[in-house]
Design a protein around this ligand. Structure first.
Ligand code: NAI
Length: 320
């Protein structure tokens, strides 16, 4: 079987090479691109990471394609409807340590509330005294709004409770097991009105596109803190920029950015550039990260282990 593997690094090459050596493996370091698809148009299986986009046009370039192995839980970067229409299997990694992203959510949140980037800037400049601007905020006693309480959101909720926070939750399908004296489900409007911190854990879908827009920010508390480790498209970046400028949003940490793939490929985005220039550079209230909430040794190996198992499973089924 010919397997075309995009977005590869040394770990992917090592694990796939070791576990799938009986197949013809083609490792491509870059995200999905037309040249590679044309060159290997006879591929049976394609494996992609979230840095790739797999469009209808891409899929049409691969007439033999029978399975897509996504090395991610989210599939907003793949035209899954078209795959279904063509009868091509789509395998994902639905669970791989939701605690990993939940831990990172708190890493970002604590970095914001305890002024970690500002303190580093301070120390790097050789200033060893505490400065008034390094005074932080406790999480204890604060209200956190958790939007999306699936695998990751649920892990955020349990950790928030451990910090002594009050938790407001929103999900299309509430998980009553998470409810307690400190945590309850409510409507989005109450989350906006009552939360000191809002963290996003819903998938990128047409329904969640620009969930946090100008109207949503207008309903929030003055000085709210925003954390996004879900998908960049959940936030209207221009509206966030305005909310940061007005002080409505006091701080924000984004592991994911609207249009991040285009940016990675060198594309221009004046809103993101304004965000970086006005707030990120010099550690002024915003932290941006290169989509690495999932990226621990344990979670990355788990993603690759499950992806390899998905290929084996597909091969087994297609031999039957
Ligand atoms: P999950 O599928 O377990 O949970 C998602 C939850 O969102 C579900 O409970 C679902 O009912 C809810 N939901 C769906 N549409 C909604 C809507 N319109 N409003 C409110 N809730 C809605 O997914 P999981 O594993 O918790 O991951 C959540 C998201 O985190 C993924 O879709 C992915 O985009 C992102 N992610 C980011 C990573 C990173 O490295 N930054 C790594 C892994 C996931």
């Amino acid at each position: 079987m010919k397997i075309l593997i995009f977005d590869t690094d040394a770990t992917v090459r090592e694990v796939f090479g070791r576990e799938l050596g009986e197949h013809e493996l083609l490792f491509i370091e870059e995200p999905v691109n037309r040249d590679a698809l044309l060159l290997h148009s006879d591929a049976d299986v394609v494996s992609v990471f979230v840095s790739s986009r797999l469009t209808r046009e891409d899929i049409q370039l691969l007439p033999n394609l029978r399975a897509v192995v996504a090395r991610s839980s989210g599939i907003d970067h793949i035209d899954s409807e078209f795959l279904k229409e063509k009868g091509i299997a789509l395998n994902t990694v639905p669970r791989y340590g939701a605690h990993t992203v939940a831990e990172y959510t708190f890493a970002l949140l604590l970095a914001l509330t305890r002024r970690v980037p500002e303190s580093l800037t301070h120390m790097n400049a050789g200033v060893f005294e505490k400065a008034p601007e390094l005074e932080g905020d406790d999480l204890y006693g604060k209200t956190i709004g958790v939007i999306g309480t699936g695998a990751i959101g649920a892990n955020v909720v349990t950790r928030a409770k451990a910090f002594g926070m009050k938790v407001l939750m929103y999900d299309l399908f509430p998980n009553t097991a998470l409810e307690s004296d400190e945590a309850r489900y409510t409507a989005l409007d109450e989350i906006y009105a009552e939360s000191d911190i809002i963290t996003l854990h819903a998938p990128g879908t047409p329904e969640t596109h620009h969930l946090l827009n100008t109207a949503a920010f207008a309903k929030m508390k003055q000085g709210v803190v925003i954390v996004n480790t879900a998908r960049g498209e959940l936030i209207e970046t221009e509206a966030l920029l305005q909310a940061l400028r007005s002080g409505k949003v006091s701080r924000a940490a984004l592991d994911v950015l609207e249009g991040e793939r285009e940016l990675r490929e060198g594309g221009e985005n004046s809103t993101v550039h304004a965000l970086i220039k006005e707030f990120v550079q010099g550690s002024k209230r915003v932290i941006l990260m290169p989509h690495i909430a999932f990226f621990t040794r344990e979670a990355y190996h788990e993603i690759l282990r499950i992806s390899v198992a998905n290929v084996h499973e597909f091969v087994k089924k297609s031999i039957k």
